[in-house]
Design a protein around this ligand. Sequence first.
Ligand code: ASP
Length: 434
Amino acid sequence: MKVLKFGGSSLADANQFKKVKDIALSDEERKYIVVSAPGKGVRSSHKVTDLLLMCYQLASHDLNFNEIYEIIEKTYKEIVDELELSVDIDKILKDIHGEIQNGASKDFTASRGEYINAILLADYLGWSFVDAKDIIFFNRGDLDEEKTEREISKVLQDSPYTVIPGFYGQDENGKIKTFSRGGSDITGSLIANALKSEIYENWTDVSGFLVADPKIVENSKTIDYITYRELRELSYMGAPVLHEDSIVPVKKYGIPINIRNTNAPSDKGTTIIPNYDDEKITNNITGIAGKRGFSVITIEKTFMNTEYGFFRKIMSVFETNEIPIEHMPSSIDTVSLIVDTGKIVEKLDKIIEEIKIYTNPKSISVEHGISLIAIVGKGMVNSKGTSGKIFTALGNNDVNVRMISQGSSELNIIIGVLDKDFEKAIKSIYEAFN
Ligand code: ASP
């Protein structure tokens, strides 16, 4: 049995609904579908969730929100008309309008995009509709995992061919509560987990993850397989597509997530798996991702490595100033702290002063304009020469490497280069392995 989730662009208009129907009905193991609200598409340039949030904002200031609400109405009415659905969309829209007008909460308002979309898709497929509020539960702000898992199996186990709205559930007071934005991915993952689905198919508008950013590497290959952990390493560097928290539920039973493209359904996409079988390791690098805008603070002090509590003192300066440290490579006499420039600029002078007071260093220097690049690949563990290949490629292309850090799990190598070399570095590494 398979659980599917369709994102907003996959359900943006009637034409997209048709594609979803073909996908759903082409495999009878596809038994549960989670939907997002309509997203950007050929006809609409706005996401319904954004429009709903705007309605809420206007309503909460006692302002008229009809102009915005009409765009939402048009989106749904067109779908209902073109697909000749039997849903009484006018009534649903009128009721929700009334609730927003009468002070509905922000989460309730935001959730209605998914709610309506699930009703429409269920009608179109001739499937049942189950409201997410009856299977997803929160308690004091957090997901109530146990209750959610229990209720999903209780309600859905014997009710195959069902559509469920993503993104929300109910809290301990019975009020609607949403996940953070993009949270329908989490709903799908929770359902796949509770029903022990064979696979969780996440349908979107790209055919999976690419090895490198296509804006930097033209025609980058698609990643066929990636482990949950590798994906975490890459998403830290900003490879969106999937909500970060959606990995956690399926991890429990090792259910694979398959990222698929609604607009190119025969593409295999990327499959996110718990671990590699050897034959799935095709290359010792899985993906390359990077981010600009870091600063390196280098502190020099002779024999710092033998001084008790030296690192703790530095850490406490960063901790009390609430600056997260991204990496901290060190040598006998120096330690470099790599931090997000945006987070430190305003406090930089204060921090330097505090480090001087606390640790009495020989020197402190700061360099801005550093990019971090993560080269991620489980295969690195078992292959010799991966780093040799990376640094040869960088050297041959005249990229000066300012920092190197290899995670102890050998899952990744992170390098720091000057911002000006960012794209060149990613291109050279990609080419060395492909
Ligand atoms: N519709 C919500 C959003 O735009 C949730 C989702 O699409 O997953 O964030």
